[in-house]
Design a protein around this ligand. Structure first.
Ligand SMILES: C[S@@+](CC[C@H](N)C(=O)[O-])C[C@H]1O[C@@H](n2cnc3c(N)ncnc32)[C@H](O)[C@@H]1O
Length: 203
């Protein structure tokens, strides 16, 4: 939110693609009077989003759809965002082009991308991946670097591209993960934009 806040339009329509629980979209909705749309292809996500709208006391829609072929008109949103989505596609350009298509000229595109770096995630999830049929093939995590993501975004026709490294966290498999994040949050945030964040954080 600290990165986004200065760039946010005052009002308009905002959509999160691959919204999951809708946590980022809902935070935007609490800061600006946006018409919110959460899109996902998983029915359980849309149920979670509706419940989270209710709990956060914000109005919004849930929309079932595929990020690779959005069921939306060109230029219909002022803000188009995703979190933890693009790195799971072997061809992310296809999704970014769709996101750019539904963005109005001059609108704000935002994505946070957690690329495969040290992949603590894969290590932490190895037992679940081995036993869960749906995860048997593993979850695809792109290892594209910052400069490659810049090209993907530019190739989709987006301009004034800014990429920041941020979000250094202790491994979430640590029993005290949550407590450490709260206790050392200020220090961890101070690492945003540094070479440490380049190596350990997301974009
Ligand atoms: C890692 S979760 C991130 C959820 C949320 N954005 C967040 O930051 O917590 C990825 C989400 O993208 C959705 N997703 C994956 N592929 C999709 C596709 N092709 N179309 C729509 N949603 C998709 C999944 O169902 C899941 O909810």
């Amino acid at each position: 939110m600290a990165h986004l806040r200065p760039l946010l339009p005052r009002a308009g329509r905002a959509i999160e693609i691959g919204a999951g629980s809708g946590r980022l979209l809902i935070r935007l909705g609490r800061e600006r009077p946006y018409r919110l749309v959460a899109l996902d292809y998983a029915p359980y996500s849309l149920r979670a989003v509706r419940e989270n709208y209710r709990r956060a006391k914000v109005d919004g829609y849930g929309l079932f759809g595929d990020a690779r072929a959005l069921p939306l008109r060109d230029g219909s949103f002022d803000v188009v965002l995703s979190g933890g989505l693009l790195e799971h596609f072997r061809e992310p350009g296809e999704v970014v082009r769709e996101m750019a298509r539904v963005l109005r000229p001059g609108g704000l595109f935002y994505a946070d991308i957690v690329p495969r770096k040290v992949s603590l995630y894969r290590w932490a999830e190895r037992a679940r991946m081995a036993h869960d049929e749906q995860l048997a093939e593993g979850i695809y995590e792109s290892d594209l670097r910052k400069s490659a993501w810049r090209d993907v975004v530019r190739d989709a026709g987006l301009r004034d591209v800014r990429i920041a490294s941020a979000g250094v966290y202790p491994p979430y498999t640590l029993r005290d993960h949550e407590r450490l994040v709260w206790k050392y949050g200020g220090f961890l945030r101070a690492l945003d934009g540094t070479p440490v964040a380049d190596v350990l954080g997301f974009f």
